[in-house]
Design a protein around this ligand. Structure first.
Ligand code: DQA
Length: 151
């Protein structure tokens, strides 16, 4: 089994490949590649490595959560995007693994449409960081690096 004990999986769900173009008044002008670069720089400072991924498919996120556990990743940052609000499969996957999962959102879904107020991911996540734009990812990474969140 590969040793990924210093690796943070950063898993991004549907439509996040369009960041920068997509509703910039809500999600900002940074692309997912920009966020990956910011995370890599911050992770290096902490002696950690980022494995950044994006998919538009729910089951792929489930598979990647299982992979995080199987590979011994230190933690997962998960922006499941709209699946946050619909996916019992993601809730079950987070509960099925011992790898800590931090829920991340650029916007603050709790202040938006009522259908975004329910978070299945949040029911099992170790913590949630939302509403800070791209910085939400950095804040979540810092929480893991500081040991505030651990398995
Ligand atoms: C989001 C919030 C979700 O409600 C939405 O479906 C997204 C992005 C965010 O990062 O703010 O796609 O997860």
């Amino acid at each position: 089994m590969a040793d990924a004990s210093n690796t943070i999986f950063v898993l991004n769900g549907p439509n996040l490949n369009l960041l920068g173009l997509r509703e910039p008044e809500i999600y900002g002008s940074q692309t997912l590649d920009d966020i990956a670069g910011m995370l890599e720089d911050r992770a290096r400072d902490h002696g950690l490595t980022i494995d950044m991924r994006q998919t538009n498919y729910e089951g792929m996120l489930v598979d990647w959560l299982h992979e995080a556990q199987a590979e011994g990743a230190k933690a997962v940052l998960l922006n499941a995007a709209a699946y946050t609000h619909t996916s019992i499969a993601l809730l079950d996957a987070i509960k099925a693994i011992t790898t800590p999962v931090v829920e991340v959102h650029l916007s603050d879904p709790k202040t938006r449409e009522s259908f975004r107020h329910l978070s299945y991911v949040g029911m099992a996540a170790a913590a949630t960081v939302e509403g800070h734009g791209a910085d939400s990812y950095l804040i979540a990474l810092d929480k893991i690096a500081s040991g505030e969140i651990s398995a």
